[in-house]
Design a binder for this molecule. Structure first.
Ligand SMILES: *Cc1c(COP(=O)(O)O)cnc(C)c1O
Length: 220
């Protein structure tokens, strides 16, 4: 087994045992391999090992790497997990299958226009600033109902919520809060949990975990 295949097996096992403890089905949790900053050589072994969902945080980096990598496996699903500038909405809609970072009114409008133009709509998540931290991306929790209403009005289907809890504190209460917000708004998907805390996130209802370091090693 390649080192990448071993790491992948370890992460998949950890997801499966967390799911089991929570009496959930492991198949209901989507593992997104966060490949930002890693080059094609680092990514190919994971594709060879069967990984299909990948996450990038920058449109330009993804546009440079993925068209060629995708030729290896046409069923690859590409997720945008980083902040999106409105002027990159057109490119993002064409390149990505799922966008996790819808977080403001101007972006909702830009995405609605981009989707009309492209004749396709990626699957969409609203990113919530779950700790209501100054300077952090994501919609303020208080603004979530209005943003969801605006997306609906604009014809965008929102499937779920995404969050990154505050650093250096116990993440569980924030995962529980995101789960509750999603439930309250009738949204089935929850994108939460990274290398350090994805098992906790799975126990608290994550449907998508975003794992970089545990699969690729430290970023340079
Ligand atoms: C980089 C990143 C991750 C992955 O973080 P790791 O700690 O390397 O697993 C997950 N989510 C987002 C939004 C990221 O930017």
């Amino acid at each position: 087994m390649s080192e990448a295949a071993e790491r992948l097996a370890e992460v998949r096992d950890a997801i499966a045992s967390a799911a089991k403890r929570a009496q959930r089905r492991a198949d209901d949790i989507c593992l997104i391999a966060v490949s930002k900053t890693h080059d094609a050589e680092a990514i190919r072994p994971l594709i060879a090992a069967g990984q299909r969902h990948f996450g990038e945080n920058r449109v330009q980096e993804a546009a440079a790497k993925w068209p060629e990598l995708r030729e290896a496996a046409p069923d690859i699903v590409l997720h945008l997990i980083g902040q999106l500038q409105s002027n990159k909405a057109d490119d993002a809609v064409v390149l990505f299958d799922v966008i996790h970072s819808v977080d403001r009114s101007s972006l909702v409008q830009a995405l609605a226009r981009a989707c009309n133009k492209a004749g396709k709509q990626p699957r969409l998540f609203v990113q919530v600033n779950i700790g209501d931290e100054a300077q952090k991306g994501g919609c303020a929790t208080a603004d979530l109902p209005a943003l969801l209403a605006e997306a609906k009005e604009a014809g965008l289907a929102i499937e779920g919520l995404m969050a990154i809890p505050p650093a250096d504190v116990e993440p569980a209460p924030y995962f529980a809060l995101l789960d509750e917000l999603a439930e309250r708004h009738g949204l089935p998907q929850r994108s939460m949990g990274m290398s350090g805390d994805f098992e906790t996130a799975v126990m608290l209802g994550a449907t998508h975990v975003r794992v970089g370091t545990a699969l690729f090693g430290a970023r340079g």
